[in-house]
Structures are given as C-alpha cells and as structure tokens.
Design a protein around this ligand. Structure first.
Ligand code: ZN
Length: 277
C-alpha cells in the first residue's frame, strides 16, 4: 500500500494581497473560514502567517492565538504550523508565538536571497528558534531553500537540537533562490533519504512551479504543499477562487500516482505527532 499524502495548505503568507487575488484571507475570521474549506477539501496541515487589518504582515502573538483557536475548533485534528519566517517581525519576535504550542513551526536552517531581500537566518537565531521549539514541544518543518539547509537540519536532529524524525520541506521557485529543477529535486530526495532514512518530506513550488512540485512529490512518495501563499493561480488563465480550490486540485491529482489524501490521524502518525486532543 502506498503512503497517503499529507496536503499542507499555506493560506495567507506575507506577500500576496487582495489586489493580487481577492481570495487571499487576511483577517482572522477569513483565515479560519479558508482553513475550514481547505480542511474539508482534503488538507490536513495548515501553515499560518497572520496579517494586520490593513494587510501588512504581523507578528502579534495575540492574533496567532485567535487564529489557532478558531482553526482548532472548526478543523478538528488539523495539524497547526506557524511561520517563523523573516517577515513575521525581526530577531526573536519571529518566535513570539511559539509559546502558543502549535503542533509545528517552520524553521529555515540557513540564509538565502529572496526576490528583493536577503532571507537572513544567522546561526544564533536558528539555534534560538530551535531551542524554543524544543521547550514548547513543537516539531519543526525545516524549510530547505538549498542543499546546505538539508545538511544543517540533519546535523541539528542528530545533535538533539530539533525533534526527530526530521521533516523537511523542499522549496523551489523562489526568485534568486533554487529554481524548479527536477534533477535537483531528485537529488534532494535521495540525499535526505541517505542522511536521514526516517525523515519525511514535502515539496513546495512557488508560482507556476506549485503543481509541478505536487506532481513530483506524489511520484516520489513525499507530501504536498499548496495554497495562496505560494501561488495565486489555478492555471495560466485563471486566478484560484480559494485556497480550497488549490487543495482540491492536489487531492484529485493523488489518484494519478496511486495515492490518496491522508486523514488527520494518518497525517499525525506519519509526522510522529501526538493524536489530537
Ligand atoms: Zn510561510
């Protein structure tokens, strides 16, 4: 039997706005509703950034708390993952919401160029975020924007600085970082398997690469991330009408590879997370 696919939905992010696609959920109420629709369409993990009412990015733990509370209530068992990415504040502000004890949090294990800035993750900050995650019993999703970050994550797991077994997300298609390249993707998969045989992984493609990464991830036995944070279009012609529409696209793709979307219980088991309370 093949492994069921955990579909992650990155509902909001820090870049897309209503002007790019009116379906991007900005307010906490919109975020809860969009997550619930995505959950009903087959998503079992939500990746969360929060915004201020004017759409600018926020690092306010209170806003994270309200979003998490609503999501947990309306999507029983869904895996909650907060972003500690560079736009949710600077320095230690980036981990201000970890005390809310989401199931997971994103963790970039190195620095990389982004479209218009450096995504800066100095060793001290990476170690501090990792230690906070250990303290609050949070499993990281390592965001691998290049190969060095995979090696760094393996080392951190071996040293007990992050929870094992490792979960890594291969991110491709960010301008100025790693492009959407199949040979490299396959090398990532093989390298992770060689270094950390018990690790799990997800493929995340940006923009037009989103569906390509979903196809490759399904083919190679990994998990998929979709959502308006990474891509606002359903295809070349049309904007995605919702996060749920993007989730549905991946859910329907699973069968082509003999896969199916995981249930929340399966997703938690695959990631070695406790069953939902
Ligand atoms: Zn994010």
């Amino acid at each position: 039997m093949t492994t069921p696919c955990i579909i992650s939905v990155a509902i909001t992010g820090s870049v897309p706005h209503k002007k790019d696609n009116p379906a991007v959920p900005i307010t906490v109420a919109e975020q809860i509703e969009s997550t619930q629709e995505s959950f009903e369409a087959g998503a079992t993990l939500v990746h969360l950034h929060v915004r201020n009412e004017d759409g600018t990015t926020s690092s306010d733990p209170e806003r994270f708390a309200r979003a998490l509370e609503g999501i947990r209530k309306h999507c029983p068992g869904i895996i909650t993952q907060v972003s500690t990415g560079g736009r949710s504040g600077t320095g230690h502000e980036r981990g201000g919401m970890l005390s809310l004890r989401p199931d997971m949090a994103s963790l970039a294990t190195g620095s990389v160029n982004f479209p218009t800035r450096v995504y800066e993750n100095a060793p001290e900050l990476v170690d501090w975020l990792a230690a906070e995650m250990i303290q609050y019993d949070i499993k990281p999703e390592v965001e691998a924007f290049d190969l060095s970050m995979i090696f760094q994550a393996v080392k951190m797991a071996q040293d007990g600085r992050i929870k094992a077994p490792l979960h890594v997300q291969f991110v491709m298609g960010v301008k100025n970082a790693m492009p959407v390249d199949r040979e490299t993707f396959v090398f990532y998969v093989e390298t992770l398997k060689r270094l950390a045989p018990d690790a799990t992984w997800t493929g995340a493609g940006i923009g037009g690469g989103q569906l390509k990464l979903a196809n490759w991830s399904l083919e190679f036995g990994g998990h998929c991330r979709t959502g308006l944070e990474d891509n606002i279009r359903l295809d070349k012609e049309q904007l995605a009408p919702s996060n749920a529409a993007l989730v549905k696209q991946v859910a329907e793709l699973c069968a082509q590879y003999g896969r199916r979307p995981a249930t929340v219980a399966e997703a938690r088991k695959l990631l070695s997370l406790p069953t939902a309370a």
